[in-house]
Design a protein around this ligand. Structure first.
Ligand code: ADP
Ligand code: MG
Length: 486
């Protein structure tokens, strides 16, 4: 444990005895010092008053992780110390924290001691010259920024349609049972492949925080590779994907179809990792031998470990999934509606989840409770949608119609807020509904692919933080699309 230069734990101004919060933090910190510091350098303690613990997080990501992984333990320590049975946690967000619970760890040369710091050591405020944005957070594995905190094994509902993939994914994270290398997860869209990949990454990082986990889409791998070639940075690229990687998770490998140079590079990456027994997990929308324009040597390597598929879930599993999602999102959902949704939306879980989220958004916007009648009327709208008939142009047109813009505005370089927002929404919808690749979208919107990536991420983040306004815009545009397809 490191001697901290000007540490943590404090409500400002206290010098002597530890408060219940300080004690609880010290205990949690002792249990997992390194992960504690990684995460709590992004968290600030505000107050503990009556039964409300107020904390501020640097961003949603830190908030969700700390909430999931640390808060239960902290509350367990706080309860006996405060005598309060149920303490509620209230979070706020602030990009810059002035008093983070943990400061960045000192350089390795500093003396280390195994004791938790005393309260006296902890009260010094950070020196004013120190930037209040915490450089420490950079030491959080970069991969975490790419992972959905909700895509964990706990949140994955297992059923006959996915049990092999689920068990194999757990084993590949080192959770016991035979480990297959590579693990190839095959299955149609929206059936949980990406969820399982993120779950593997979360599990590995929880159990072995120092593991170097890489999660990339095959598209990202391709873009990285091309950029490395362009910038003559192949050594760095190879360091990242070969030497610097203990677990490689590559999503949607079908994207490599026909990209011979990237396939060649991936083949060598694969071999290096596999030869040193580092775990590789790959997903695709097809079985290995069905992959088109993929060289035989790659196909045979994909098939050389375990190929596990995810199929469309049966009714019981779908009902369980809807219930689980409602629980995670805090949506009050009568059982009859869960069954109704599961009966009506059969093909894919993403669609099922989307319907639930839309229902909840609409219910909170209109103040109507989610009951059978309401659900049924919404399902009629879903039923009338025919996404397969939609094109990029249809989406652009619907977005322009909704925001009252011309197509020229939408594709112009106008950076005015409202135009930029409409453009982001259009890109997001194309990505969601048409599964366009980022470079494809870049061409369709006359933008760089990185602009498209950040536009899509921005809308995703807004939706994730339950931004009702964004959800309502999306819903209105979806309605337009549905009616234009009729
Ligand atoms: P894929 O990568 O196969 O296209 P995703 O992993 O993105 O699909 O899944 C789509 C959505 O459905 C995600 O939100 C995911 O959490 C959810 N999902 C899929 N299968 C399950 C499951 N068995 N349990 C819980 N959620 C699931
Ligand atoms: Mg996926």
């Amino acid at each position: 444990m490191s001697e901290q230069p000007h540490l943590p734990l404090v409500s400002p101004g206290r010098v002597d005895a530890q408060t219940p919060w300080e004690q609880a933090v010290a205990r949690t910190r002792r249990r997992s010092p390194s992960t504690f510091e990684q995460w709590f350098s992004g968290v600030q303690f505000e107050s503990l008053e009556a039964d409300v613990l107020s904390l501020t997080a640097r961003d949603e990501f830190v908030r969700d992780w700390v909430q999931r992984h640390f808060i239960p333990d902290l509350l367990e320590s706080l309860q006996p110390a405060t005598g309060i049975d149920r303490i509620r946690v209230e979070w706020s967000l602030a990009r810059e924290l002035t008093r983070p619970v943990a400061e960045p760890t000192p350089e390795p040369s500093r003396v280390r001691n195994s004791e938790p710091p005393s309260a006296r050591q902890t009260v010094r405020p950070p020196p004013p010259s120190r930037p209040s944005v915490m450089p420490r957070i950079e030491r959080v594995p970069a991969v975490l920024a790419l992972l959905n905190p909700k895509y964990t094994f706990d949140n994955f509902v297992m059923g006959p349609s996915n049990e092999l993939a689920y068990a194999a994914a757990r084993a590949s994270a080192g959770g016991g049972g035979p480990r297959y290398n590579p693990l190839f997860i095959a299955g149609g869209t929206g059936l949980g492949k990406t969820h399982l990949m993120h779950a593997i990454a979360h599990r590995v990082l929880e159990e072995r925080p120092n593991s170097r986990v890489m999660y990339v889409s095959a598209e990202r791998f391709t873009i990285d590779f091309i950029e490395a070639l362009q910038h003559k940075a192949m050594d760095e690229f190879r360091n990242r994907y070969r030497t610097g990687c203990d677990v490689l998770l590559v999503d949607d490998i079908q994207f490599l179809a026909g990209r011979e140079q990237t396939q060649e590079e991936f083949f060598h990456t694969f071999n290096v990792l596999h030869d040193s027994d580092r775990q590789i997990v790959v997903t695709a929308d097809k079985y290995p031998h069905q992959l088109q324009r993929m060289p035989e040597r790659l196909v045979s390597r994909f098939a050389s470990g375990l190929v596990a598929d995810v199929q469309a879930p049966q009714l019981e599993t779908r009902v369980a999934i809807v219930r689980k999602k409602a629980e995670i999102e805090g949506i009050l959902l009568p059982d009859s509606v869960a069954v109704l949704l599961a009966q009506c939306v059969q093909s894919n879980v993403r669609e099922l989840e989307g319907t639930l989220i839309r229902l909840a958004a609409k219910s909170s916007l209109t103040g109507r409770a989610i009951d059978d009648e309401f659900a049924q009327s919404e399902l009629l709208v879903v039923g009338s949608r025919r996404p397969e008939l939609t094109s990029v142009e249809d989406i652009q047109q619907a977005v322009c119609g909704h925001f009252r813009l011309s197509n020229t505005d939408l594709l112009s370089k106008d950076r005015h807020k409202s135009v930029a927002f409409a453009r982001q929404v259009a890109m997001y919808l194309c990505r969601q509904r048409l599964k366009c690749s980022f470079p494809e979208l870049g061409r369709a919107f006359d933008r760089d692919h990185s602009t498209v990536i950040s536009a899509v991420r921005r809308v995703e983040a807004a939706l994730k933080s339950s931004d009702h306004q964004v959800a309502a815009h999306l819903e209105a545009i979806e309605k337009r699309l549905a009616s234009s397809n009729d």
